[in-house]
Design a binder for this molecule. Structure first.
Ligand code: KG4
Ligand code: ZN
Length: 343
């Protein structure tokens, strides 16, 4: 380790993944331990907050030890501790936050408060440093947001879902198709084998804003399946998936294009769990190759699309440089919005 290298121990526990990572200079992963709880939540068809908190408590110390060992560093080598403090499930957030505060206090290290959405965006920083002004589309189980970043440390949400998040819609229609939670990846695979034959609605596509809505699409999908069941008609799961996915991808690409035409950005970032979707990645590849050759298009690396602490460490690095530190009174904020506006 060189003398001026920066090492951050990062924590993420906002939903159903307990994760601890050691990140060097904001762009190199020395370790990224992710303990997933999916199996415990599958039988309920979604994340049960109380179950999630208990798992985090069981896993957090093991994750810290594993992350430090795999990175082969000691606490003396660390420069800071970073933690997701919102948005997310309050009980889950509190476990990571308490552990991070404890390490920071015990080893006299600064504590960097990180917004989970900012973490998703910075997953792309492992490919290349973000070039501002930038725009990000964050699509996950809990969020669908267009975030404008005019410069480092400034985040403005210019569009968001009015109801369900895109990933949430995937999980809900997946349930109707009899798929296990979380269903996004499986629906993506089925869609690959099918065709858009149902022509589901593209909500808000023509509205003069950057917002999204997926609940109408979800209802339309569910009604179609229930109606077919009532008349004993068997529908193709592949075509249903393809039709649903076409509708989701269409509006995500359309509204992003509208935002890009409206703003002057140098980079576009696709991030969050749904950013792993093959069709969404392909459609954006085509859009940027054909229409916006002068704008950098960065996708979060596939392995870092879901929740993980590495992305939190990457997001914490510019905050470290800007001197954004919290004291011991930092609390979990389940409904956290962007707060950083540093000049
Ligand atoms: O970012 P993430 O791990 O957790 C949240 O912060 O929500 O995102 C999880 C979401 C789930 O809804 C899951 O179904 C969805 O991402 N997802 C996908 C794909 N892989 C995961 N959705 C569509 N296509 C995929 N390939
Ligand atoms: Zn997330």
């Amino acid at each position: 380790m060189a003398e001026n290298d920066n090492l951050i121990l990062a924590f993420e526990s906002s939903c159903d993944e307990t994760s601890v990572a050691v990140i060097k200079n904001g762009n190199e992963i020395l370790s990224n331990i992710v303990a997933t709880q999916i199996k415990s939540h599958q039988r309920f068809g979604g994340v049960v907050p109380e179950v999630a908190s208990r798992h985090h408590i069981e896993e957090i110390n093991i994750c810290i030890d594993d992350a430090m060992q795999e990175a082969n560093v000691s606490y003396d080598d660390l420069d800071a501790v970073a933690v997701t403090y919102g948005p997310g499930l309050v009980g889950s957030l509190l476990v990571g936050l308490t552990a991070a505060k404890m390490v920071a206090w015990a080893h006299d290290l600064p504590l960097i408060p990180v917004n989970h959405i900012m973490g998703h965006i910075y997953a792309s920083a492992f490919n290349q440093e973000i070039v501002f002004p930038a725009l990000a589309l964050v699509v996950s189980g809990g969020h669908t947001e267009l975030v404008h970043m005019p410069k480092k440390g400034v985040f403005e949400i210019i569009g968001e879902t009015r109801d369900d998040a895109a990933g949430e819609a995937y999980d809900k229609i997946g349930r109707v198709l009899g798929l296990q939670y979380p269903a996004g990846k499986k629906v993506d695979e089925l869609a690959f084998e099918g065709k858009d034959t149902f022509n589901f609605p593209r909500a808000m596509n023509d509205d003069d804003n950057f917002d999204f809505s997926f609940s109408g699409l979800k209802s339309s999908f569910i009604n179609t399946v229930h109606h077919a069941e009532q008349i004993n008609q068997v529908l193709s799961k592949n075509d249903l998936s393809a039709s649903f996915q076409d509708a989701v991808v269409d509006v995500l690409v359309h509204k992003t294009k509208k935002a890009i035409d409206d703003l002057d950005v140098n980079e576009f970032i696709l991030a969050g769990g749904v950013a792993a979707n093959s069709q969404l990645r392909n459609e954006f590849d085509k859009l940027f190759n054909n229409n916006y050759k002068n704008i950098i298009f960065e996708k979060a690396p596939l392995k870092l699309c879901g929740d993980n602490a590495a992305m939190i460490g990457a997001a914490a690095y510019p905050l470290y440089q800007l001197g954004v530190f919290a004291d011991n009174s930092l609390n979990a904020n389940p409904g956290l919005e962007f707060e950083y506006k540093k000049d």
